[in-house]
Design a protein around this ligand. Structure first.
Ligand SMILES: [Zn+2]
Length: 250
């Protein structure tokens, strides 16, 4: 039986012991979000797919609002995967921009697809938005969103001094995410299972791309952090399950 917003707000209030302003998300690709409100209150934003969720999922949502744990995160992720069609139907995705100033991601994707995946992958591939201006200590070069089968590449990789084999490796890495789903053992999610790493290392220009990255990491971090910043709000949120990508360090 669907839960109404007042009932859910009351449960959240009881669980968090705070005043709760509940907001319903309809077109967002975010499923849950918790923001600080006025005078110690908390704003909890919840996607509408939760209003007809089964009781165990609602329990996980309430537990998450009190304190996010690996267990509650996993329960919410699992539910989002089960409701992927509903999420996909109402999410607004920004239009893809595969052709940058110097790099054509679609061309790279298409040739890697033929060369390594028998042409089977059907992902959307796009440059992400320009990153906020701040000193970066790590950089996420790319991400794969399984919900929308969409690969997003950091716009810093569109600069003219980036080695082609490096962009190719990043696109290849995200394509492997599309081809090899993350594996869940108990509460831990393995985004890069052993067969993933093995296939990645077989990329023909792997060593050259990694060596180039090592030589150019400082410059990459500097230039990725140099774009004008949109305003930032302190938030704590879980997007729909999204596989992590290459990061530095590790
Ligand atoms: Zn990855």
């Amino acid at each position: 039986m669907p839960i109404d917003p007042d009932t859910l707000a009351a449960r959240l209030r009881a669980a968090t012991n705070r005043e709760v302003a509940l907001e319903v998300l309809k077109t967002s690709s975010t499923i849950v979000q918790r923001l600080p409100g006025d005078r110690g209150s908390v704003r909890v934003r919840v996607h509408e797919i939760f209003f007809d969720a089964p009781e165990p999922v609602l329990d996980a949502l309430v537990a998450w609002a009190r304190r996010p744990t690996r267990r509650s995160n996993a329960a919410l992720d699992d539910y989002a995967i089960r409701r992927a069609d509903a999420l996909r139907a109402c999410a607004r995705t920004t239009p893809a921009r595969a052709r940058g100033r110097h790099v054509d991601l679609r061309r790279i994707f298409d040739s890697l697809n033929v060369e390594h995946f028998d042409g089977r992958l059907r992902c959307v591939v796009t440059f992400g938005r320009v990153a906020p201006r701040r000193r970066l200590r790590s950089l996420q070069y790319g991400a794969y969103d399984p919900l929308h089968d969409r690969i997003r590449i950091h716009p810093v990789l569109d600069l003219d001094w980036i080695a082609p084999e490096f962009v190719e490796l990043i696109v290849f890495h995200e394509m492997l995410h599309a081809a090899i789903p993350a594996r869940r053992d108990d509460a831990t999610c393995r985004h890069h299972p052993p067969e993933f790493r093995a296939r990645e290392r077989r990329f023909p220009r792997y060593a050259a791309a990694r060596a180039w990255e090592k030589r150019n990491l400082r410059r990459l971090l500097r230039e990725a952090g140099a774009a004008p910043a949109p305003p930032r709000v302190a938030t704590e949120s879980i997007a729909p399950p999204r596989q992590l990508s290459l990061r530095f360090p590790g």
